[in-house]
Design a binder for this molecule. Structure first.
Ligand SMILES: [Zn+2]
Length: 494
């Protein structure tokens, strides 16, 4: 078979492609996408199911597009970079100063719900990377943390907008929305809105195409390190999922966690022990879960798939592994390292959303576009925050020093409950007794009695079913025995 050949790109010794344009290449096979990667093209998005890939081309390289694909389309100029006519530094995206003002303002407006931004370490150029924690004063001393990050890649401000939107939604609606109240009463939502502050600052104004960090020193010279290829699980697994070339947009650095920014995120995450994370990127309309380093399922594939289906039920995003959705793999990225339990933290349910389909700066002059992709991501965030706490397994609970005293639900699977409605539940009971399982809606109304069964003292596993008449949605599952009770959340899909 004839090997497919692509023109070899000449690496440019500058950090940005100021005049770059994004070109969508249609009707590509997976082999052709891999050949583009191997040749050093900056693939900005791709869709394995629809068979296209977007590449960033310099203005002078646009005539290459016809050589790369039988059919192509030059995407709007603002997809690739900030337009000079905008009077604002980053259009309608929040620039670094506006971010800082927003998060400080949130803490001032909601002192009982939002902490003031706190530094978790410094970037290569000495800028603070900061976290904002949202939780209420109600509830347990320890609440399971859920981590949201954005701007690991400095040219992807869409994810930052989603974090700002979700933080506003949680605080504005805490007093009026059952789900916002439940999330802040039962979890600690942590936002790291700018993982790569040097690159983001560099993009302002009218740059816009710096993806990597600003460490140009190792090796000398380079154009920075791709922080999302610098994490310590399967770092450098192969040269497709990350690049050894210092000028490639996926250059992985000289060693795992060689970079200040990835070290800060590693140490912060290991200290926090989140149960779940959303590492926001743009663009493409995907929800990715592990493994990314190769296209094989994790032991939790069926859970990830059911969560993916539930989380994307309203926005229609593709969900799956990187290789399934994009057609290529990525090694040394945050989502694999987060899920992997061999580091300094327990396994967490980690996702990489790729927001919408408007390039990197597509909403710079269009607030309605930014608002629409914030809205389409909000439900994914809500769903994760409401369901991940029910998935803190027995092992993780014990590792946080929580011993069941009284009746205690350990884990529930599958969740969401799908198809026939059958599920299993592990339950710890202090003494041999009868246990009843009942289902309530979020307003506290009894929906169905599911089970009334005898259990032994200690841990046991119960099997039950959700009746067909129960409509899809989020419910509270209550286990009770005399005066004792415990609750968890259960999602029903049909
Ligand atoms: Zn990215």
């Amino acid at each position: 078979m004839k090997r497919w050949v692509v023109p070899v790109i000449v690496f440019v010794l500058t950090a940005t492609s100021w005049s770059g344009r994004i070109v969508r290449l249609y009707d590509l096979s997976q082999e052709q996408v891999l050949a583009l990667l191997e040749s050093g093209y900056d693939i900005t998005s791709s869709d394995a199911r629809l068979g296209f890939a977007d590449v960033m081309l310099e203005r002078g390289q646009l005539d290459q597009a016809a050589l790369l694909a039988p059919r192509y389309e030059v995407m709007p100029e603002e997809w690739a970079h900030l337009m000079p006519e905008s009077s604002r530094a980053m259009g309608y995206y929040y620039d670094p100063q506006e971010n800082w003002a927003f998060w400080c303002g949130l803490a001032a407006a909601y002192p009982d719900l939002a902490d003031t931004p706190a530094s978790i370490g410094q970037s290569f150029e000495g800028r603070d990377i900061y976290v904002i924690r949202l939780t209420s004063t109600v509830g347990a001393d320890w609440k399971p943390p859920i981590l949201f990050t954005s701007l690991t890649h400095a040219r992807e401000p869409g994810g930052n907008s989603v974090l700002i939107d979700f933080a506003m939604w949680l605080t504005d609606n805490y007093s009026s929305d059952t789900m916002a109240e439940w999330i802040l009463d039962n979890t600690e939502v942590c936002f790291v809105p700018i993982v790569n502050p040097d690159g983001y600052e560099y993009n302002m104004p009218n740059g816009g195409n710096q993806r990597k960090n600003m460490n140009f020193s190792v090796p000398v010279p380079s154009s920075g390190i791709d922080l999302n290829r610098n994490y310590g699980y399967m770092w450098g697994y192969d040269d497709y999922g990350s690049s050894p070339n210092p000028y490639s947009e996926t250059y992985r650095g000289s060693a795992a966690f060689s970079e200040d920014e990835s070290q800060v995120m590693r140490d912060f995450t290991d200290a926090l022990d989140p149960i779940a994370s959303m590492n926001y990127h743009t663009y493409g309309g995907h929800l990715l879960f592990p493994w990314a380093y190769n296209n094989t399922p994790t032991p939790d594939q069926s859970t990830f798939e059911s969560w993916g289906a539930a989380m994307t039920q309203y926005n229609g995003y593709n969900y799956g592994r990187c290789g399934q959705c994009l057609g290529y793999n990525a090694n040394g990225d945050a989502v694999d390292w987060s899920y992997w339990s061999g580091g300094g933290h327990p396994k967490m349910w980690s996702f990489t959303p790729e927001v919408d389909d408007a390039g990197f700066w597509g909403g710079q002059n269009d607030t309605t576009l930014i608002a629409s992709f914030c809205a389409e991501c909000r439900y994914m965030n809500i769903w994760l925050c409401m369901n991940a706490p029910g998935f803190v397994g027995v092992e993780e609970e014990e590792s946080h020093g929580i011993e069941p005293s009284g009746l205690s639900i350990g884990s529930l699977w599958p969740n969401p409950v799908v198809g026939t409605g059958c599920f299993s539940l592990s339950l710890s009971s202090p003494a041999g007794s009868r246990v009843a399982l009942s289902l309530y809606d979020l307003t506290g109304r009894l929906v169905a009695d599911l089970l009334d069964s005898g259990v032994e003292a200690g841990w046991s596993v119960l099997h039950a079913g959700v009746p067909d008449r129960v409509v899809p949605g989020l419910y509270v599952l209550r286990a009770s025995s005399g005066q004792l009770e415990d609750r968890t959340l259960l999602t029903v899909l049909r």
